[in-house]
Design a protein around this ligand. Structure first.
Ligand code: HEC
Ligand code: HEC
Ligand code: HEC
Ligand code: HEC
Ligand code: HEC
Ligand code: HEC
Length: 392
């Protein structure tokens, strides 16, 4: 009797344990995959062990971080020239910027740069800095290494991972207690812990899975510190001056270097960044190469989106979809670009049927409105919910 009773009780618990393990593996794989995409977007992190191999590199790194003394005393380059990609705009050149810059210079120029500052801003920032030939060489070795590695990724606090493992641990404890130790008398506690834990894990697996293909809030470092706040905000430059495709075609498009030069032929000194960033525009222009902006918004292949349809016909403001761009120092993706996001807006947005002759060409729509079946047509009425309009 006792024997049978034990088996019946152990069996569901074991099944639950197996199920949980599977789930752990599954959602963990998702968390890992997400981490990978994050690092890939932000270049390779620094591996300290590489530095151990070369004394020059190691000393160069320590000098840069202010951990070793220069001949002129303790200086810290990292305080201004960051080695980590930041979430907020850091107007000083990053260590990676310096590393790219130095590739175009001959060996001795790091010291020359100190003796002949390229702008007023640099002159004030570097006022008390002096380096000698040896130090310049070691710093250069370090910067060459930064050039090959890129900036380290900014790592957010892994709160979700901690919640994930805490619930994993609680569930395991509850199960062990249920099967073996029997420390807690009331079984309802075990059941509650297991149900809550499972729910949390499933929820996380689903969310991580969805976010894998999406990039809401994505705000990568760009090759030039271009600020929409400075251009569209403070200097009130019209969005369509730079994104002229939005009115006429599928893509809004990005401006060419030649367009930047319309103004930066004259504007050579930025209030925040001095000359360093604007010099990058001049260099690209002279070398006749495009700036390789990192693309932020990206719908999957199977979805079709057209700017002119929304901007010219629908009269939807850029900010409705892209957020308060004119106040963004670093451009970031505002909406999640999910199918639900498109559909919801199509359901809710009235179209200006009366004012826009374009709609009167649509016979079906004209019929619906004339007959009074539809009082106020929305983007849904015009076919904004048909699968084929958005999917190839
Ligand atoms: C002086 C030129 C200029 C003006 C004016 C300007 N932009 Fe941009 N925009 C750019 C450049 C350059 C980029 C690429 C760099 C970046 O992402 O910051 C960009 C990127 C973007 C992106 C992201 C593109 C992607 O990769 O997905 C959006 C969205 C955008 N701009 C919207 C706007 C809106 C809305 C306005 C008006 C409020 C505006 N822009 C005004 C130059 C401009
Ligand atoms: C109805 C929503 C919506 C409106 C309004 C809108 N955009 Fe977009 N925008 C998008 C979506 C969605 C994408 C991604 C398109 C893709 O990946 O094919 C995008 C992409 C972009 C890009 C990246 C390059 C490209 O063309 O794909 C830029 C730049 C941009 N938008 C600028 C603008 C500007 C400037 C305006 C206003 C004149 C504007 N957008 C209005 C939804 C919108
Ligand atoms: C219509 C004129 C105009 C165009 C086009 C333009 N800019 Fe500017 N840009 C300005 C002005 C004005 C400033 C502000 C200078 C200041 O007072 O700091 C500026 C500042 C900057 C700065 C320095 C910001 C700071 O405060 O340090 C950078 C970097 C920059 N622009 C990059 C670009 C790039 C890249 C393009 C092309 C995609 C571009 N600009 C196109 C007018 C323009
Ligand atoms: C107080 C902040 C600050 C500190 C500390 C600092 N820098 Fe800079 N540095 C700047 C700024 C700002 C610029 C760019 C300004 C510009 O180009 O207009 C700059 C520019 C540079 C440049 C580019 C030179 C050029 O001609 O464009 C180099 C190289 C450089 N710094 C190296 C260093 C090194 C090495 C250290 C440490 C010994 C250091 N900096 C410490 C602020 C700082
Ligand atoms: C902020 C509101 C808004 C969002 C978000 C939005 N749309 Fe639209 N969309 C409109 C409006 C308004 C129209 C009506 C213009 C018209 O009648 O053609 C429209 C029309 C369309 C049409 C044309 C329908 C027809 O009449 O043939 C397509 C296709 C479309 N949208 C695709 C998309 C896709 C894909 C997305 C998401 C990536 C999206 N839209 C997001 C407002 C929006
Ligand atoms: C207004 C535009 C629009 C309409 C209408 C639309 N879709 Fe989508 N759909 C999208 C966009 C945008 C995505 C990409 C979403 C993402 O990346 O998460 C998508 C994604 C999907 C996916 C991939 C799964 C997913 O969520 O990513 C499927 C399947 C799909 N749509 C089926 C349909 C079917 C079936 C219909 C008709 C009932 C339809 N869609 C109508 C815009 C639309």
């Amino acid at each position: 009797m006792n024997h049978l009773y034990r088996r019946r009780k152990g069996f569901p618990a074991l099944t639950a344990l197996l199920f949980m393990l599977l789930l752990q593996v599954f959602s963990q794989a998702n968390v890992q995959a997400e981490k990978k995409t994050f690092v890939a977007r932000n270049q390779t992190p620094v591996h300290k062990t590489d530095a151990d191999l070369q004394p020059d590199l190691l000393i160069g790194e320590r000098l840069f971080y202010g951990l070793a003394s220069f001949e002129a005393g303790k200086l810290n380059c990292e305080g201004c020239h960051s080695t980590i990609s930041s979430e907020a705009m850091n107007w000083n050149p990053s260590a990676y910027d310096l590393a790219v810059w130095i590739q175009t210079k001959k060996d001795e120029n790091l010291r020359k740069a100190f003796e002949a500052p390229s702008s007023e801003k640099m002159e004030t920032s570097h006022k008390n800095l002096q380096i000698n030939e040896e130090e310049a060489k070691k710093l250069r070795t370090y910067l060459n290494w930064v050039h090959s590695k890129g900036l380290a990724a900014h790592k957010p606090f892994p709160i979700r991972l901690i919640i994930f493992f805490t619930f994993g641990l609680l569930m395991a404890l509850a199960l062990i207690d249920l099967i073996k130790t029997r420390f807690l008398k009331y079984r309802i506690i075990h059941v509650l812990v297991l149900i809550t834990g499972l729910a949390v894990h499933v929820q996380m697996a689903v969310v991580e899975g969805q976010e894998l293909s999406r990039t809401q809030h994505y705000a990568p470092d760009q090759p030039i510190k271009f600020s929409h706040l400075v251009h569209a905000g403070e200097n009130k430059i019209d969005c369509q001056y730079c994104h002229s495709g939005a009115m006429h075609g599928k893509s809004a498009g990005l401006p060419s270097v030649a367009l930047c030069m319309n103004c930066h032929n004259i504007v050579r000194n930025g209030r925040h960044s001095g000359k360093f960033e604007i010099n990058k525009i001049l260099a690209a222009y002279q070398e006749k190469r495009p700036v390789e902006w990192v693309r932020i918004h990206n719908l999957p292949e199977h979805a079709y989106f057209n700017h002119a349809q929304h901007v010219a016909v629908g009269k939807v403001a850029c900010q409705t979809c892209h957020g308060p761009v004119e106040s963004m120092e670093i451009m970031r993706q505002h909406a999640d670009l999910s199918m639900g996001w498109c559909i919801n807006c199509h359901r809710q947005t009235n179209i200006a049927f009366d004012q826009n002759a374009y709609y009167h060409k649509n016979k079906k729509l004209l019929e619906l409105v004339k007959s009074g079946k539809v009082k106020q047509p929305t983007a849904e009425t015009t076919g904004g919910l048909d699968c084929m309009r958005c999917h190839y």
